[in-house]
Write a protein that binds this ligand. Structure first.
Ligand code: CA2
Length: 149
């Protein structure tokens, strides 16, 4: 059984506690449950993580690269939060790993402030999903499963 690695970046631990008009009322624990259910439906094993630290996210992408090389990774779903718009380090980490990575955003970043319209991750991602609320996570897992066949 291959692993779907779901990575969440800075401040996503606050999900459900503030800004419900933008991000909804589900907590990150609720999102993990949605992902568990979707992975079970698609025969994948879930590894779900969150970090507020750019370097830790870089380390996790490197780890995903090793799992990919070992043939045990289905892919990565990555909500990098605000690092999406700032991090060349995350771009560099993804590039060249060969992993299937889906960039995900809960909100429609293109309908928000101009500084959210540019992503350093999109050029290194296989696919990009945004604006589906937290339902984007199980939808992205279904997409990952469909790409794997
Ligand atoms: O829409 C998304 O998922 C974002 O990746 C969320 C990031 C934001 O910087 C991106 O532009 C779009 C922010 C994550 C912070 O999440 C919070 C959730 C609830 C309360 C406070 C922050």
């Amino acid at each position: 059984m291959k692993t779907a690695l779901v990575l969440n970046g800075p401040n996503l631990n606050l999900l459900g506690t503030r800004e419900p008009a933008v991000y909804g009322s589900a907590t990150l624990a609720d999102v993990e449950q949605l992902c568990e259910k979707a992975c079970a439906a698609h025969g994948l094993k879930l590894d779900f993580r969150q970090s507020n630290h750019e370097g830790e996210l870089v380390d996790w992408i490197h780890e995903a690269g090793r799992l990919h090389a070992a043939g045990t990774l289905a892919g990565v779903i990555f909500n990098a939060g605000a690092y999406t718009h700032t991090s060349i380090a995350l771009h560099d980490a993804i590039k060249g790993t060969g992993i299937t990575l889906i960039e995900l955003h809960i909100s429609n970043v293109h309908a928000r402030e101009a500084f959210r319209h540019h992503s350093y991750l999109s050029p290194a991602a296989k696919a990009v999903m945004c604006g589906f609320g937290v339902q984007g996570y199980p939808l992205a897992i279904a997409g990952l499963a469909a790409m794997a066949v």
